[in-house]
Design a protein around this ligand. Structure first.
Ligand SMILES: [Zn+2]
Length: 182
């Protein structure tokens, strides 16, 4: 288990504890200011593809997310931005601006990969996915995805990572789907 997964597991047990995880509530309980990106600001005009942001302002941890994306994407975005904060990526005076590109499983930046791993583990704790899949015999990806409040694509990636299914999340061109596909 890597650092991002371990952190997500601790956050789940201390702040979430039930499914589906509400990442906005968890982030607020952990002291973050969580707000949708205001579509009427210049910030939004400059970056219409922006899914989310993480930054510090006067010591306050801000998480912004695009409310124009699907609710499942918004959940993943907030969990991803929380990961940036908790993993110590966000330094004073800098801003993480994430577009759907940063949510790809194949993204090259280490920080983006870590934030994705954190988000996936927070929303889909490995142990719970395993036990749901193996014990309750929920083998239907759609049902599992809806129980955990994630997209089917995200759940498929998770099941594949846990070796519960084969690599059907890789399409014919070899491109791995984004975690937050709605
Ligand atoms: Zn990011």
């Amino acid at each position: 288990m890597n650092v991002a997964q371990k952190l997500a597991r601790d956050v789940y047990s201390q702040y979430a504890g039930s499914l589906p995880v509400d990442p906005i509530m968890v982030a607020r309980d952990m002291g973050c200011e969580v707000e949708p990106i205001d579509p009427f600001t210049s910030e939004f005009d400059r970056e219409p593809n922006c899914s989310g942001m993480a930054y510090l302002d006067r010591g306050v941890k801000y998480i912004k997310y695009s409310a124009s994306e699907s609710p499942l994407r918004q959940r993943f975005t907030v969990a991803h931005e929380l990961g940036h904060h908790l993993l110590g990526h966000v330094k004073k005076g800098m801003k993480f601006r994430d577009t759907p590109n940063e949510f790809r499983a194949s993204v090259s930046s280490r920080e983006e990969r870590e934030a994705n791993v954190f988000a996936a583990e927070l929303l889909m704790p490995s142990e719970l996915v395993m036990s749901a899949y193996l014990n309750s015999s929920i083998r239907d990806v759609e049902k599992l995805a809806s129980a955990f409040g994630v997209s089917k694509v995200a759940m498929r990636i998770k099941l594949q990572e846990l070796d519960l299914i084969t690599s059907i999340s890789i399409d014919r061109s070899g491109v791995r789907y984004p975690y937050n596909a709605g």
